[in-house]
Design a protein around this ligand. Structure first.
Ligand code: C5P
Length: 417
């Protein structure tokens, strides 16, 4: 697939991490898309990849120091900051993210980031525990609040032998996201809005090898996150365990259990819109067995009784939060009594709208690419009114749902003005 970045002058920051080798491929892809690329390496990046590689691929002398008199003489760092139409940092280590979040200027890359007015995109790459650490997440939230585009990280096997979120987004996905943000930049109906989406199932561990889960694929929530980003929003996507790629321009936080999702969602507030599209487990085992639960070896063939306890209701917690987003939307996926349960959820969870999956529509539902929704709104008199959307592709439906939300908010503002 080809992407258009013609005319872009990209300052590519490469920081220290094993993913630095992927930055070499990224330089090629950026140039294939028509961009000029100036690589700036941090001191730690040089431990992983040599400057000669980047020099050959970019066709420009690599910069790595504020104190290189010859390079500064050719183009000073302030000139370089002005030259860039975009700054992309890939891989962005935990250390670089921390230094950017705190406005440090103790090396060339961090100084350039302070001195430039070009938009910043970062592709984090690190051990999954470092990525999920509250300090890193707080730094990311700060950077994102200042408008940084966050690309990835992806979840999967890590160089350290562990498994989780922290792999650098693939070069192709980075180029696609940069090209998409160029196409959508500036004037979407959600520009300047923060949208938080939760998606996918949750897994509730029983023991080290078993869990209670559900069949949610996450497709609807991911489609909503993608559509919101296309409409210009700053999107945070809290995703349960799913096998879906991160939509372009979306900041993703991977979680496993309902408790993790509760913490990640509340930790992402304040937001302008929260859309709870996740299929959150209602119950979780009272205890997680430390070792795999064994089946009896004797002739005793009695069953096993599990004790389950309630999980926190994330949607209700967001709706009752001191930092409640102005618009809170939930989903309902029932097989019977859909209308009654949607109305009940509107009232009980104190949310503004419930998007109910319309049952009985061919091809709609969990793993499908199509769906149909009945959107119930909380009326001023406590009554609910309903708008039908679809059946349609989930990507189309996601855009229709967001347009409906935007329209409703605009109308309610007009009515109260
Ligand atoms: O009550 P029920 O699970 O049917 O409601 C579905 C809605 O509530 C969905 O938006 C889902 O994301 C949300 N939910 C939640 N936390 C739970 C259970 C459901 O946020 N523990």
């Amino acid at each position: 697939m080809s992407f258009d970045l013609a005319g872009e002058r990209i300052l590519l920051g490469v920081s220290g991490g094993i993913a630095a080798y992927k930055a070499a491929e990224l330089v090629r892809r950026l140039r294939d898309a028509g961009a000029q690329v100036q690589v700036v390496m941090t001191a730690a990046a040089g431990q992983f990849v040599g400057a000669a590689t980047f020099q050959a691929l970019s066709g420009r002398t690599v910069r790595d120091s504020l104190w290189d008199a010859a390079a500064e003489g050719a183009m000073g760092h302030i000139e370089l900051a002005r030259w860039a139409t975009r700054v992309v940092i890939a891989p962005a280590s935990a250390d670089v993210l921390a230094r950017l979040a705190h406005g440090q200027a103790d090396d060339l890359l961090s100084t350039l980031c302070l001195a430039t007015t070009a938009p910043l995109a970062v592709a984090p790459a690190m051990n999954h525990r470092m990525w999920l650490h509250p300090a890193t997440q707080a730094n990311m939230a700060l950077l994102q609040a200042r408008g940084a585009q966050v690309l990835g990280p992806d979840a999967g096997a890590q160089a350290c032998g562990e498994f989780g979120p922290g792999r650098m987004a693939e070069p192709d996905a980075i180029v696609a996201a940069l090209a998409a943000s160029r196409a959508h930049s500036g004037d979407g109906p959600l520009t300047g809005r923060r949208v938080l989406v939760s998606a996918g199932p949750t897994y509730e561990d029983l023991d080290p090898v078993r869990y209670l889960g559900n069949r949610s694929s996450g497709k609807m929530g991911f489609a909503i996150a993608a559509a919101a980003a296309e409409m210009g929003a700053q999107v945070t996507l809290v995703a349960g365990p799913v096998g879906l790629p991160t939509p372009a321009g979306v900041r993703r936080i991977d979680v496993r259990s309902a408790h993790d999702m509760h913490a990640a969602v509340l930790g992402a507030l304040p937001q302008d819109i929260y859309i709870g599209a996740a299929a959150v487990a209602d119950f979780t085992p009272a205890q997680v067995a430390e070792h795999k639960i064994k089946k009896p070896t004797t002739s005793d063939d009695s069953g096993l009784t599990l004790e389950l306890v309630r999980t926190p209701d994330i949607l209700a917690a967001v709706a009752a939060h001191a930092q409640r987003p102005p618009l809170v939307v939930g989903f309902a996926a029932e097989t019977t009594g859909l209308a009654d349960s949607a109305r009940d959820k509107l009232a009980r969870k104190k949310v503004d709208a419930i998007a109910a999956n319309r049952v009985g529509v061919a091809g709609s539902g969990f793993d499908s690419d199509d769906n149909a929704l009945d959107v119930y709104w909380r009326g001023g008199d406590g009554a609910a009114e309903v708008v039908a959307l679809g059946p349609a592709r989930k990507s189309v439906l996601a855009r229709d749902l967001l347009r409906l939300l935007i329209e409703r908010v605009a109308n309610s503002k007009a009515a109260t003005a």
